[in-house]
Design a protein around this ligand. Structure first.
Ligand SMILES: OC[C@H]1O[C@H](O[C@H]2O[C@H](CO)[C@@H](O)[C@H](O)[C@H]2O)[C@H](O)[C@@H](O)[C@@H]1O
Ligand SMILES: [Ca+2]
Length: 568
């Protein structure tokens, strides 16, 4: 594939806040490129497309688990934390990936499922067969399945209990997810030591951080609900202290699907930090809610609840990922409304969520895709793009579970979408061939050839974001509007005076969720007399009135990012 700009290899910048400036890209090794024609994506394939990711403007990769695994949960069922699934490649290839990513100033964050392992893991095999042995106490065993009854089931479509009976040990074991994923026993200090060694192993290989999978669920108790219990936070603090001490500059990202205050708890405090970043689970579903309800209120509310986080901490903002669009963090009333809008076919639902990709969710509306991305790239935090969403890839709801949106990346209109040279029947999952999202139309090559394609638009917005550090580093202040469909906020950054050219800047962002054009008056005293300049085209907008009010018109589902020039 040919990229217009010459590829440069700048090497890794020494930047303690790299994670807050970064645009992240979630890429599943299995789904991206198959280099050897066996039908499954691999590390060599991913390495071969680093130029594409660099061209797109990606600063960091998030790679879901690629460890040895029976693959009964997309690799989140780890069979061995220190080896790579042979069909994905070798440790040497992984090291090459890290080196080649770093040459491009691209960080590599890997996924660490540390709440549970696969039941095929050697630790579990020993635990079930030798209760008195060194791994006997590595899992949560019980003579009864009537313990921890306050703890809800997460995979409601497949599991009826959080306990499963092991016929060999003749005891029950606790599992928060699938029954083939026994929970590790964090009451056992030997488990801490083992996990610390796994973390050190990958940090020694050069990874820049971890997404800590399912992090709220480490400890369970009789009194609590097994979500973010105090000893879970204590463990994360200890892990963070070790990482800071032994591997400064590497980061921990919390995957905590929780309400605003509970997610924020995973940042810890300035004195006792936990994770550097946390995915913004409360904001994500509210973006989708606003797009259909045409109301900005829910977003305004949740943004005001999530602003107060320790210095240095940052949100991971996302629209979609490899899981269902989870609706755990909305009320029952809103959940039903969202099922009606986005999952009108029951086949589109799984557990408490919707198993569809971004473009089909938004009915392939270019206006909505642009509005959703404009939010992704300007809300407080670092944006995470899910592979394929930059070209508006479709999904396949006839596939089981979350495989619906894990199909091969669509590179070209050729056989297997350019993903693999294998016999099409041999692919790990079929490529999308639906009417609207068929790979012959939706693919990187065709979009590269069209200057107005979604791919070029997304690349452009990424580069505009990156030219304005305020988006990654600045604060947020919600601005009053007189229209219920309009969200407005000011992002402000005082500048850092560092080598990164971080100029001070304030930007006014305005988004209309209305399905019709609107006229809106926004009011913020601090803006009185300010000049506004569009960040994309450089056009001057009307100056803000002396009372801080300004009337703007916005087209259907449109947005503005406006540089603010305060009067002298
Ligand atoms: O390893 C088990 C699962 O862990 C993550 O799960 C998260 O996804 C769930 C929805 O699929 C969500 O409801 C839960 O709160 C999360 O922890 C991982 O992302 C999954 O792929 C994995 O199956
Ligand atoms: Ca392969």
């Amino acid at each position: 594939m040919n990229f217009t700009a010459p590829i440069q290899l700048p090497g890794l910048t020494l930047d303690p806040l790299w994670y807050r400036r970064s645009v992240f890209y979630q890429v599943m090794v299995r789904s991206f490129v198959d280099s050897n024609g066996d039908g499954t994506g691999d590390l060599a394939g991913l390495i071969s497309r680093l130029d594409y990711l660099q061209w797109l403007g990606v600063d960091a990769l998030w790679i879901p688990p690629f460890f040895t695994s029976p693959l009964r949960d997309g690799g989140y069922d780890v069979g061995d934390y220190r080896s790579i699934l042979p069909e994905f490649g070798t440790l040497d290839e992984f090291k090459e990936l890290v080196t080649k990513a770093h040459e491009r100033n691209m960080r590599v964050v890997i996924d660490l499922p540390l709440n549970h392992t696969s039941d095929a893991h050697e630790w579990f095999q020993q635990s079930r067969s030798d209760p008195e042995g060194p791994f006997g106490d590595f899992y949560v065993w019980s003579d009864t399945d009537k313990k921890y009854e306050n703890i809800r089931i997460i995979f409601t479509d497949t599991e009826e209990s959080n306990w499963a009976f092991d016929s060999e040990r003749r005891q029950f074991y606790f599992h928060r997810f699938f029954s083939h994923q026994p929970d590790l026993n964090y009451d056992n200090p030997a488990v801490h030591d083992a996990i610390f060694e796994v973390v050190r192993f990958w940090l020694d290989l050069g990874v820049d951080g971890f997404r800590l999978d399912a992090i709220p669920y480490l400890y369970e108790s009789d009194e609590g609900n097994g979500e973010g219990e105090p000893p879970t936070h204590e463990f994360i603090k200890r892990l963070r202290a070790m990482v800071d001490r032994e591997f400064p500059g590497r980061v921990m990202i919390a995957e905590a699907n929780q309400w605003p205050r509970e997610v924020a708890a995973f940042f810890g405090t300035e004195d006792e930090p936990e994770c550097h970043m946390a995915f913004d689970f409360p904001v994500m579903p509210r973006i989708f809610y606003s797009l259909r309800s045409q109301q900005a209120g829910e977003l305004v509310q949740v943004l005001s609840e999530t602003t107060d986080i320790p210095a240095g901490a940052g949100w991971g903002v996302f629209l979609r990922n490899h899981d269902e669009l989870t609706l755990e963090m909305v009320s029952e009333e809103y959940r039903q409304a969202m099922y009606g809008w986005y999952a009108y076919d029951p086949r589109m639902r799984v557990n408490v969520g919707i198993r569809r990709r971004l473009a089909p969710l938004l009915d392939n509306s270019r206006d909505e895709l642009e509005l959703a991305h404009a939010l992704l790239f300007s809300l407080p935090g670092s944006p995470f793009i899910y592979y394929g969403d930059e070209i508006g890839m479709g999904d396949n709801i006839w596939l089981p579970d979350r495989d619906a949106s894990r199909t091969p990346m669509q590179w070209t209109p050729d056989r297997n979408a350019g993903f693999s040279s294998a016999d099409p029947g041999k692919l790990y999952l079929p490529v999308v061939q639906s009417l609207v999202y068929h790979y012959s139309q939706t693919n990187v090559e065709s979009q590269l050839a069209q200057s107005r394609s979604l791919l070029h638009w997304v690349r452009n917005v990424i580069h505009v974001r990156k030219a304005h550090p305020v988006f990654g580093l600045g604060s947020l202040q919600i601005v009053d509007t007189n229209h219920e469909s309009v969200l407005a906020f000011v992002r402000s950054y005082p500048g850092s005076g560092t080598q990164f050219g971080d100029a001070a800047e304030d930007v006014l962002c305005v988004f209309s969720f209305s399905h019709n054009p609107v006229s809106v008056t926004i009011t913020a005293e601090q803006l009185a007399g300010a000049k506004l300049v569009d960040l994309f085209g450089g056009s001057e907008f009307p100056t803000v009135n002396d009372d801080g009010s300004l009337t703007l018109t916005l087209g259907t589902q449109a947005f503005y990012w406006l540089h603010i020039e305060y009067p002298a």
